[in-house]
Design a protein. Structure first.
Length: 315
């Protein structure tokens, strides 16, 4: 059975598999991104850490680690450097995702420089605004995903088909994506690709501390909390003593729990020093696996499921 996915996402991105790695701060760097690209997907280098000198070094490393396409994310709310667009253009990449901000701000400049631009959206309104701004595609992100969120969260099962019914651009589905079954569901709902975040955090090549990976492996489907409904951005994180204390706190901005302490959790393994940004799909992850195994099994299972459904429900 073929494992290729000839659609607009693979054609635009120049990849074998329409699987994109999420642009997670400090995590989405060369070690992980190159593994994703080498496995046939689209590795992404983050900028949300704000450490642009380090990011430039990570991009340089990519040339030694892969000859496959990779992209860069511009997280507008977290990177306020006025030269960020030129910075990304100068890195020689062809694909960029923009997020956490207004799609009209950078889209035309990036496209004029020849880059393919997808914007991350959590609502139909945001999707229509991004399409009007001229983006090439969308990353449609459901509220079940980890990390920074719209305080008025919408599950991907509702959001994805809604947006797909209103726009003509290709869509990458984000939130709850882990395997061939979730990928097949996303394709059925109108996506042409998927983005994996939490599954990549737990991957063997992920640079985070083993304590975080094992916490994901051991997590139940109810072991995340949604924080900051009273402000923006909202956050979804693993359930820990630190995050539970903030779950129903309508006065404290949970972002303060990330300030200055995130790296103690990410790389030091102190799970209560900060917030472990993680999606609900942690409840479906039961092992740490290499990126190549994750992507290849996801693609093969997706094709198998689609074939089975076609055989069962069509004449």
């Amino acid at each position: 059975m073929s494992t290729t996915f000839p659609n607009r996402v693979t054609e635009m991105l120049g990849v074998e598999l329409p699987i994109v790695q999420a642009p997670m701060g400090w995590i989405a760097r060369a070690q992980l991104a190159s593994a994703v690209s080498n496995a046939g997907g689209m590795g992404i280098i983050e900028t949300s850490s704000g450490e642009l000198d380090a990011v430039r070094g990570e991009i340089a490393k990519m040339a030694d680690l892969t000859d496959k396409p990779f992209g860069v994310n511009i997280a507008q709310a977290f990177v306020r450097d006025p030269d960020i667009v030129q910075f990304v253009i100068d890195q020689g990449v062809n694909f960029v995702t923009t997020s956490a901000g207004n799609p009209t701000k950078y889209t035309s400049t990036l496209k004029d420089a020849g880059l393919t631009v997808f914007h991350v959206v959590p609502t139909l309104h945001g999707a229509l605004k991004a399409v009007e701004a001229g983006v090439d595609g969308l990353v449609v992100e459901g509220g079940e995903g980890g990390g920074f969120k719209n305080p008025r969260d919408v599950a991907l099962m509702v959001l994805l088909p809604l947006i797909a019914s209103k726009v003509d651009v290709p869509i990458i589905a984000a939130g709850g994506m882990i395997d061939g079954a979730s990928m097949a569901a996303a394709l059925a709902l109108g996506a042409e690709g998927i983005q994996m975040g939490t599954r990549m955090v737990s991957a063997a090549e992920s640079p985070v501390h083993d304590n975080w990976k094992q916490s994901i492996v051991e997590a139940a489907e109810t072991d995340t909390v949604f924080l900051n409904r009273h402000t923006s951005p909202a956050l979804r994180a693993l359930r820990t003593e630190r995050s539970e204390a903030l779950e129903y706190d309508t006065e404290t901005n949970a972002m303060s729990a990330l300030a200055g302490t995130a790296l103690d959790l990410y790389f030091g393994g102190d799970m209560n020093s900060s917030l472990a940004l993680t999606g609900q799909v942690a409840g479906r992850i039961d092992s740490v696996e290499p990126v190549a195994d994750i992507l290849q099994s996801c693609a093969a299972e997706c094709r198998e499921i689609l074939a089975q459904l076609a055989g069962r429900y069509t004449d």
